[in-house]
Design a protein around this ligand. Structure first.
Ligand SMILES: Cc1ncc(COP(=O)(O)O)c(C=O)c1O
Length: 419
């Protein structure tokens, strides 16, 4: 089936229209470009029944993704669980809480598989043979894995000093992984130069308008799994600031198509205090993003000092009645532990940020305790184990005898038998 329903690209600042091409900025004012759709044509085939009849992966909403033909990359991405998190709800003192768990996304355990599936399917349509990305870690693994499966050559650029799980999780797939002396913003600048010089498809540079649309599928799944409604509050980790905007766009698109009722969702953005340009801007009234030159936080996946979508993200948080908040490294670890101990979900540091910020927002009264809240968990804790070094009790080592075990648990020999 051809789903050529994306009409083209549009500048978010001046509204100038562009054809579907590998370009991410307006040549008049450098504003970011966004995909526009023919919603009437989308509505002709996309409805609750047609969605329900399709396989449970991100492509069940394919009319709202900017792919002209059938997707060719990331065919099994998405369809992750929306967990009703009653034990975490109790710990936080709220009535209705859900965890959207992209820590178990396929194939690389983060929400980035969604954006990469769209970007690389589009890269194939455009005829790129070489692809790449600038990454804070998760994108590196996802581009490397999905490019390998699609037979594309991949260049993955990362700041030096990333976690081992992120580095190994990219190099294993045979991608050329290049660590740059410097932070993410240095990496990103270099990637822009490389993409345009060599004519390669960099997913979050010249393919960014298409790439970013993939994040919407996380929101579509949330709304569908809530029984076709948007939640009252969503808490989202932010780095470049794209995901939070696309989640909101997903609810508005469903509303526009009549798939859900009126949307009054408040969007909340979460960052680490050591790299908080968007939450800082959201707390000001001008939404002016002041770049952080030297991000320092254990939440390395969120460490983007000069976020591409920072202005739009901070404005959105306030316009929807939400807020932006940030937390310290200690609070991040507490958030990771709380989610693990209450819901059995091991998130990476970005999820620790999200849980800890949620707790803070509830305490501040910004999240209403009686409303429905969805926490977005976007990556897996196995990739950021360094952050927990020395923060988690080591296992106790004993000899393989019942005496040692019972001495350890403080029980008299045999006292617990039969209980
Ligand atoms: C685990 C995780 N969560 C959230 C984000 C934030 O995404 P965005 O850059 O769209 O704000 C990232 C970005 O790298 C990430 O790796």
């Amino acid at each position: 089936m051809s789903t050529d329903l994306a009409l083209g690209l549009k500048c978010r600042l001046c509204g100038k229209l562009y054809p579907k091409e590998a370009l991410n900025f307006c040549t008049d004012d450098f504003g970011p470009l966004e995909v526009v759709y023919d919603y009437e044509a989308v509505g002709a085939t996309l409805n609750r029944a047609s969605i329900a009849a399709r396989p449970r992966n991100m492509w069940r909403y394919r009319e709202l993704l900017p792919i002209d033909g059938e997707p060719t990359v990331g065919l099994h991405v998405g369809g992750t669980p929306l967990v009703k998190a009653d034990r975490l709800a109790k710990a936080l003192g709220v009535a209705e809480l859900y965890v959207k768990n992209d820590a178990v996304n396929h194939p690389t355990l983060s929400f980035k598989d969604r954006v990469v599936a769209v970007a690389l399917s589009k890269a194939v349509e455009f005829g790129f043979k070489t692809v790449g990305c600038a990454s804070t870690g998760n994108l590196a693994g996802s581009v490397a894995a999905n490019a390998a499966a699609a037979g594309l050559e991949a260049y993955v650029l990362i700041p030096d000093g990333l976690e081992q799980g992120k580095i190994l999780g990219a190099t294993i797939y045979g991608a050329k992984v290049i660590a740059i002396h410097g932070n993410y913003d240095h990496v990103n600048r270099l990637c822009s130069q490389i993409a345009f010089r060599y004519g390669w498809g960099f997913v979050n540079v010249n393919l960014r308008p298409f790439y970013a649309e993939g994040s919407k599928t996380m929101g579509f799944e949330i709304a569908e799994d809530l029984g076709w409604r948007a939640p009252d509050h969503v808490v989202v980790p932010m780095a470049g600031g794209s995901l939070v905007g696309k989640l909101y766009k997903s609810f508005k698109e469903f509303e526009r198509l009549g798939l859900i009722g009126p949307v009054s969702t408040k969007m909340f953005g979460a960052q680490a205090t050591g790299c908080n340009p968007i939450t800082h801007a959201a707390k000001s009234d001008a939404f002016k993003v002041k770049p952080i030159r030297n991000p320092i936080t254990i939440a390395k996946s969120l460490a983007i000092g000069d976020p591409a979508d920072g202005y739009f993200a901070s404005k959105l948080l306030r316009e929807t009645g939400g807020w932006g908040e940030d937390v310290t490294d200690d609070e991040i670890v507490e958030g990771m532990k709380l989610l693990a101990e209450t819901e059995g979900i091991f998130t990476e540091t970005a999820g620790g940020v999200t849980v800890a910020v949620t707790r803070k927002l509830i305490e501040q009264g910004k999240i209403d305790r009686d409303g429905s809240t969805v926490i977005c968990i976007t990556g897996n804790g196995l990739k950021t184990q360094e952050a927990l070094q020395g923060k988690i009790a080591a296992p106790v080592v004993i000899k393989p005898t019942l005496e040692e075990f019972e001495a350890l648990i403080g029980a008299e020999a045999g006292e617990l038998v039969g209980v």
